[in-house]
Design a protein around this ligand. Sequence first.
Ligand code: GRF
Length: 205
Amino acid sequence: MTDPAPARLVVLLSGSGSNLQALLDACADPAYGARVVAVGADRDGVAGLDRATAAGVPTFVDSVKAYATRDDWDAALAAHVAEFKPDLVISAGFLKLVGSAFLAAFGDRYINTHNALLPAFPGIHGPRDALAYGVKIAGATLFFVDAGVDTGPIIAQVSVPVLDDDTEETLTERIKVAERAQLVDSVGRLVREGWTIENRKVRIP
Ligand code: GRF
């Protein structure tokens, strides 16, 4: 029996793309079971797009500003992603909330990695908010995106300690190391084994 074709990943990002890089590196091993078929961003000039190009992966940019309405942007993004026929769409540092058209198309397979232990500290300043609150444990959460802000069913979580002398930068970096490993591990398991979601509980058989 021949191996099944690798699962098709589309990665969306807005910044440095270290999570993308971790996925690209993992995909180099055929046993991982996936390949990144496209990378999309909401802005030009970010390092994540350069990482994709360096790996020979096609890129596209859909900037909100380029569309008359947010709904138009959302529909265009959904159409762009659909061209690449993804099995999984991964938001990895993508600083935009998608809308109803995107979720109608990909809501069953759109995942996001967030740099806090949800449901604590949703939004774009997870590590900063965790530090300000004084928590002793921080971390990252991988989840299926729903219509809320960082509210969808949780796939995996990983914790890291918060140290007394942490700054936002040091804590962010410690979280990102654990976050990348979690993303690579979970995406591989999702594409190789599939998943179920029942009453918010995500199970990978
Ligand atoms: C990740 O920590 C993610 O949780 C947050 O932004 C970071 C993206 O990092 N939303 P990178 O662009 O993958 O390096």
